[in-house]
Structure formats: C-alpha cells, structure tokens
Design a protein around this ligand. Sequence first.
Ligand code: 5GP
Length: 229
Amino acid sequence: MISEGKTKKVEDLGSEVILHFKDDITAGDGAKHDVLEKKGTICSEITSRLMKYLNEKGVHTMFLEYLPPNKIRAKKLKMIPLEVIVRFKKAGSFIRRYGGNEGEELPAPLVEFTYKNDQLHDPLMCVEHLEVLGITNREIALKIIEEAKKAGIHLKEFFEKHGLELWDMKFEFGIDENGQVCLGDEISPDTMRLRKSGEIFDKDIYRRDLGNPLEKYEVVLNLCQSISL
Ligand code: 5GP
C-alpha cells in the first residue's frame, strides 16, 4: 500500500494502481465518521461505470477496469492536491460564501478550486494561488477547468436522462505518465449533489443526519448499471 485516505487505499503496481474503496463515510473534514457496510462496493461500481461513460465521451480518466466487489484498476497519476468543484446550481459552501437559495440555477457552469487540506478546511483558491504556491501552472489549471466542465456537462446530461438533477460535484485530477491532465479519484453520490424534486440522493443525507444514505446510493447505482463495463 502506498497510501491510505479517509475512504480509499491505493496499492502501487508501477505504472498502474489498484484503488480499494473502503466502507468509511466522513463529513466535516473528517470530524464525522462512520462505517456503512457495502458502501465501498456501491461507490467503486458507480465510479467505474461513470468513468467508463466519460472515457467514451472523450474525457481522459484514470479508469481501466472494475475489480468487483470494491476495487478499480487505474492509471497511476501524480495527483494535484485540489478539489475541483463544478456547480450548475447553488448549494452548500457556495451559498455560505456568496448567498442565494438552494437549488437556484447559476447562469453558467462554475468551476472552483479548493486546496485539499482538512486542517485548513479546504480553502478556496484562484489560479494565481495555484501558480504562486507552486501547486500547478496556469496552463494545467486552465486545462483542468476545461476538462472539469466537459465532464460535469456529460454527467449532468446522463443523470437528466434518468430523471435526476446533478447540482454540483467534486473532481480530483492528476497528471499521467504522458504529462496529460487526467481525471482520478471517485465519482459517486459521495462526491456529487443529486436531487429529484426535493429528494436527496447524495452525501447530504449523511451530512445532515437524515439516516443511512445507502438506500439512495443503490438507486444511483441501478441507473448507472445502464452503462456497460
Ligand atoms: P460544497 O463546496 O458545496 O460543500 O460541495 C460542492 C460539491 O463538492 C458537493 O457535491 C460535495 O459533495 C462535493 N465536495 C466538496 N468537498 C468535498 C469533500 O471534501 N469530499 C467529498 N467527498 N465531496 C466534496
């Protein structure tokens, strides 16, 4: 194992890695933590199918193979320590910072960078921060914005076809062995806000203490199973 995060372990195979999705769920920068049986299985399969979908749409992702029940074989990336948020509707930290009402449409898709650091509570960063602090250069930052928007729009269209609204999501990107920007990490109800006329299908169920979210995660998994692996 080369590393273990809050929800995943990464096993190094040289130019590839095996991501092990754990059953852990956390919120509030790790302040809240539980273990939900089968969560790793559900989120690894959803991630696999959505990354396969994005690969087919021309978005460059790490995904190579789903290894049931809870692992993914993926390209090894040099991860950039950023959370890249794409928003279509106002919610969460956007409303805390800029006001507005939950679910209000933004006039255009918005990409935000936050520095992946629980102790600092993931502070918001602009491209200047990324350059001056040596996190990444402007060219890569602009490429990430482009890829994040493209991935977000494809995912929004996918969920729309299945009757769910994708409000926002968090991506993590890295650089592959050819120096290309590549989408890594996870795409699941843990990392997105998915709604249907007031009903919540994502990690806000857990964040807001509204019960076990896995029943809703399974609904998301079922509709992702329309994507073949
Ligand atoms: P917000 O910044 O409004 O809290 O979150 C925006 C979107 O990014 C939401 O879909 C949320 O689930 C996701 N997101 C933001 N930060 C994190 C994080 O640290 N972990 C996970 N899993 N998702 C996050």
